[in-house]
Design a protein around this ligand. Structure first.
Ligand code: ARG
Length: 505
């Protein structure tokens, strides 16, 4: 998961580190940046971090630098970091803490740095620990004195909390759009197959016929809740920590409303201790992601089952299957399997961060640096899973003939027979259940469906039964009768699919 910075990057800007790299390590692309010290490893970096090294006589040990640095993964926050710094500098100028020339120099410097990072020429340094200090040090290198004024009235603690909130917010917006796209794909297929019967399962045993459209719309409902959870998380997390400084707030006359507004937050956070130590926004995001990934995993599992030879209810095209290197006949639903499997990473990230946060005293502790990789990885896994699922939903071809055939298998209309006994003969449901059970046993012994029994056989079990009973024993009659709100009747399903297609536009 963790991408360590390229050792050569570190060498370029931190010559002290280069001297300490084990021979051959610099060029072994296999595991860049991994140069752990052994216990008793006496190797030290020559210089302390220039950003905070004032009171330090010597640099950190190699292993200290290795465990401390987050630049390998928090590079991802560079856009948010620059955005946050621009807003902070503009506010500092507005309240008169820095002058207009300094603000302008900072702005131009940060824009140039953004260009360097985007074009891949920025000299990332592991010795500078993280993205915040990499950018700030570079700014001072480029513009001198003015760059050193940027950190007035802020700390990396409120800075990282702000950057990470901005990142999560953007991830939420992208994922919500992808969820909507998948809902759209499912609703379109549901509209197409609103009346096509398929076996409905409980315990993965044939239970009652449903329509394929109805089954697909069940996932649209789940996805709607997933979108809702993301929206809730976005709303609650949309507060700006910037200006909380290290933990206690600051003595500078900051306009926290202004920075919050400039960064698109609803308001500044109200308690500086909470602001720098709260990671609820990340936890809520991961909780939403875990539930969302579990939903996708269930659909993926169904796709795997539906594609398997004994079922063959759907077919995926070459675009969403792979072959086997030894068995020429194979067509494997790997995308579905991987969507099913990626859930492990996402739920793992949630448990990981909950465990990091558990028992942390207020306010910031370096433990919290471990908050990012899981979130980045979960967001990526979820995004990829959503894209693959939408692709499969659009790609799959249901075998509606076979679905129809299996929809009636396993005495799937037995409940319809029992309901007929209740409705027409006014039998209590429990008695109807019992009579139907005897008829199922008889049909099973004869090797026929319920509709394969003769009227005489039926009447032997319940004398009141008439020929009319056969009208409820077909799959079509069964689904058509389920007209209760939320039921599988084709008319209901068509209306729900149409409603979703309208809501989603
Ligand atoms: N890289 C750090 C993190 O992600 C930034 C905050 C560091 N703060 C500090 N007090 N050392 O958490």
């Amino acid at each position: 998961m963790s991408q360590k910075p390229d050792r050569r990057d570190a060498e370029r800007v931190a010559p002290g580190v280069a001297n300490l790299v084990a021979p051959g390590d610099a060029d072994s692309g296999a595991n860049p940046g991994t140069n752990p010290g052994t216990p008793g490893d006496a190797r030290r970096n020559v210089e302390a971090n220039q950003q905070w090294g004032g009171r330090f006589a010597a640099g950190p040990s190699v292993v200290m630098q290795e465990i401390n640095a987050s630049i390998g993964f928090d590079k991802k926050l560079w856009r948010q970091d620059i955005k946050g710094s621009l807003a902070h500098a503009a506010m500092l100028a507005k309240v008169g803490v820095i002058d207009a020339q300094d603000e302008q120099a900072i702005r131009h410097g940060l824009e140039a740095i953004a260009h360097e990072i985007a074009s891949g020429t920025f000299p990332f340094s592991e010795a500078l620990e993280d993205i915040h200090m990499n950018i700030e040090a570079r700014l001072a290198e480029r513009i001198g004195e003015a760059g050193k004024r940027l950190h007035t009235g802020r700390s990396r603690n409120d800075q990282v909390a702000t950057d990470f909130r901005l990142w999560v917010r953007e991830a939420i917006d992208g994922l919500a759009a992808q969820i909507t796209d998948l809902m759209w794909a499912l609703a379109e297929r549901a509209a197409q197959h609103a009346a096509d019967p398929m076996p409905g399962f409980t315990h993965l045993q044939n239970a009652q016929p449903v329509t394929f459209g109805h089954h697909l719309l069940a996932y649209v409902e789940m996805l709607e809740r997933d979108r809702g959870r993301l929206a809730d998380c976005r709303r609650r997390g949309n507060e700006c920590p910037l200006g909380s400084a290290a933990l206690a707030g600051t003595s500078f006359p900051l306009d926290r409303e202004a920075t919050a507004l400039a960064l698109g937050f609803d308001r500044p956070t109200a308690n500086s201790l909470d602001a720098v130590s709260d990671r609820d926004f990340a936890l809520e995001f991961l909780a939403a992601a875990a539930i969302g990934a579990v939903h996708l995993s269930r659909l993926a599992e169904e796709i795997v089952i539906w594609c398997s030879a004994p079922y063959r209810l759907i077919r995926l095209s070459d675009a969403f299957t792979t072959g086997s290197s030894i068995m020429p006949q194979k067509r494997n639903p790997d995308a579905a399997e991987l969507v099913r499997a990626k859930t492990g990473r996402v739920t793992g990230a949630l448990v990981g961060l909950l465990t990091v946060m558990k028992g942390l005293p207020l306010a910031y502790a370096k433990d919290m640096q471990e908050d990012k990789e899981g979130v980045f990885d979960a967001a990526e896994a979820w995004a990829l899973s959503l894209a693959a699922t939408a692709g499969m939903v659009r790609d799959m071809t249901p075998d509606t003939v076979r679905m129809r055939q299996f929809a009636g298998a396993g005495f799937a209309t037995a409940t319809d027979l029992a309901d007929w006994l209740v409705r027409v003969l006014k039998l209590p449901f429990r008695s109807a259940h019992h009579v139907t059970g005897r008829l199922v046993a008889l049909a099973e012994a004869k090797g026929v469906d319920l509709s394969g029994l003769t009227l005489a056989e039926m009447q032997a079990a319940e004398p009141g039964i008439t020929q009319d009973v056969f009208s409820v024993l077909t799959v079509e009659a069964s689904v058509a009768s389920r007209t209760s709100y939320g039921g599988t009747a084709p008319a209901n399903v068509a209306a729900q699919a149409a409603r979703w297609l309208k809501v989603l536009t």
